[in-house]
Design a binder for this molecule. Structure first.
Ligand code: ADP
Ligand code: MG
Ligand code: ZN
Length: 489
């Protein structure tokens, strides 16, 4: 193949999402993360012979929610199968998973991005149980230094696997798609979105093909990516690696690889030749999962507004810029916070600005979530109303916000106590403006010579002299007038 061939990336995602249930999929054990090892276990999830699984009804409902939110068709009958393989963290010797007959099929994820509309087709959504966790300790440098521990708390935790068609064409698009999917699962209450705890993880299937070719290339699967950044970086690396191989006339080997963040590379886990033959067969201990039309309709009716629809509503009803609207709409609690702030302030755009700006910045700093924000929407709204009323400058408002945050104090009290009230008194400001005009002879001369841009500098000088407390609009007017007065002579 000519070394100048351009290649097109082709990417499909397989996403594992833990369902938000109190108990496991086939037994009554709890699902809470972080419990002491092997304390949430019973004969069923430990795979004791003769222990029978009983399907958790809530799990079926959540899988339907996920499927419907992704525009899928819910199958009236789905069937569990045994996926057989040996691994120490899989005590039964098989994983119970839906295979040929998944609960939901043929959906589509539609969304509007900066570069236009995207439609990523969803192949299937199926139910399965999670495996236990292995913990490998020690370097193996000396004999007896290496130990593996097993924790079965995760064994039997309910998951849905969501599989997309290979519709994605760049690492950024794949990462964005994963983010949208996460937002949808959060919005419908199916998943908690916690990627660090592993409740949401993604496998990326990556291939390349010569530009213009319709046939798919050989794919490589990168397993278990648990952050948007890792997903994007792993795909970027794979594309470079595969392109180099193709250019060198080498073949791509179908295999599973793992992202090694420390060295910024994917490394091979196993090739197709070593792939398991899972010997799937229908699970004899579980009946087919039958869902009635009524049940499907009930679940459909109970779905809340989805992030993309919400984003369009925020743009339409509040006049928010698309970027702000998208950021807010991705989180139900942030949307709630924004709407309450907009109502309390009477200024939706300012509320959007602050929620995506200062509030988000503060939350990141503390590593907290909006539900635990150190300020209520009402208090923030009252602060913004003071700015609107001309009582507080924008920069003073940021200082007030800092003092409010986490203290429970009201903006009004802080402004009174710290004398931050905006100087709206014209006479007082005119004096300061006169002093600045007197001192800044160079800038004044340049302005009068026609360099309008110098005005910004002079406004800045007045703001500095008032510690940011002057009303910028008034300063502007006074400066223009003051400069014009002396200019004509
Ligand atoms: P497998 O049988 O190997 O699991 P599937 O057809 O079920 O393969 O697809 C698994 C995932 O791989 C899906 O997300 C799909 O979009 C993606 N995929 C399939 N073929 C390719 C390809 N040639 N390049 C990139 N992704 C692919
Ligand atoms: Mg697969
Ligand atoms: Zn159990």
């Amino acid at each position: 193949m000519a070394s100048t061939t351009a290649f097109e990336p082709v990417i499909g995602l397989e996403i594992h999402a833990q369902l938000r249930t109190e108990t496991k999929i086939f037994c009554g054990c709890g699902t809470r993360f972080g419990a002491p090892p092997n304390t949430h276990v019973c004969p069923v999830c430990l795979g004791f012979p003769g222990a029978l699984p009983v399907l958790n009804r809530r799990v079926v409902e959540l899988a339907m929610r996920a499927g419907l939110a992704l525009g899928c068709t819910i199958q009236p009958r789905s069937i569990f199968a045994r996926k057989n393989y040996f691994y120490p963290d899989l005590p039964k010797g098989y994983q119970i998973s839906q295979y040929e007959h998944p609960i939901a099929t043929d959906g589509v994820l539609n969304y509007e991005a900066d570069d236009g509309p995207h439609a990523v087709r969803i192949l299937r959504v199926h139910l399965e149980e999670d495996a236990g966790k292995s913990l490998h300790v020690g370097s193996g440098d000396s004999d007896g230094d290496r130990h593996s521990y097993l924790d079965f708390n995760r064994s039997g935790v309910p998951l849905v696997e969501i599989v997309t068609h290979p519709d994605l064409r760049s690492p950024a698009e794949a990462s964005d798609c994963f983010a949208r999917l996460r937002a949808i699962l959060l919005a419908v209450g199916v998943n908690d979105g916690n990627m660090e705890e592993g409740s949401l993880r993604c496998d990326a299937n990556v291939s390349i093909r010569p530009e213009g070719q319709s046939e798919l290339g050989v794919k490589v699967e990168v397993k278990n990516l648990n952050s948007f950044r890792f997903l994007q970086r792993a795909i970027e690396y794979e594309l470079v690696r595969q392109t180099a191989r193709c250019r060198a006339g080498e073949r791509i080997v179908q295999e599973s690889r793992q992202w090694d963040e420390a060295v910024g590379r994917t490394v091979s886990m196993r090739s197709k030749e070593e792939a398991h033959d899972y010997r799937y067969f229908p699970e004899p201990d579980l009946p087919p999962v039958d869902v009635s039309d009524e049940w499907i309709a009930e679940v459909r009716d109970s779905l809340p507004e989805l992030p993309e629809a919400r984003k369009q509503r925020l743009i339409r009803d509040y006049g928010l810029p698309p970027a702000d609207a998208g950021q807010i709409a991705d989180s139900p609690s942030l949307t709630h916070f924004f709407e309450a702030t907009a109502a309390a302030s009477g200024n939706a755009r300012a509320a959007g600005n602050w929620v995506t700006g200062e509030v988000t910045r503060r939350l990141k700093l503390d590593g907290g979530s909006i539900d635990g924000a150190g300020v209520t929407p009402g208090a923030l709204g009252r602060l913004l109303a003071m700015v609107d009323a001309g009582r507080l400058s924008g920069s003073a408002a940021k200082d007030v916000f800092e003092s409010m945050y986490g203290s429970g104090r009201e903006a009004e009290d802080i402004v009174q106590a710290e004398g931050l009230s905006q100087i709206g008194d014209e006479a007082a400001l005119r004096e300061i403006v006169a002093v600045v005009i007197g001192e800044q002879t160079d800038a004044v001369a340049r302005y009068r010579a026609g360099n309008e841009g110098t005005l910004g500098f002079l406004v800045g000088q007045v703001m500095r002299a008032t510690r940011g407390r002057a009303n910028p609009k008034l300063v502007n007017d006074l400066l223009r007038r003051g400069l014009a007065d002396g200019g004509g002579e």
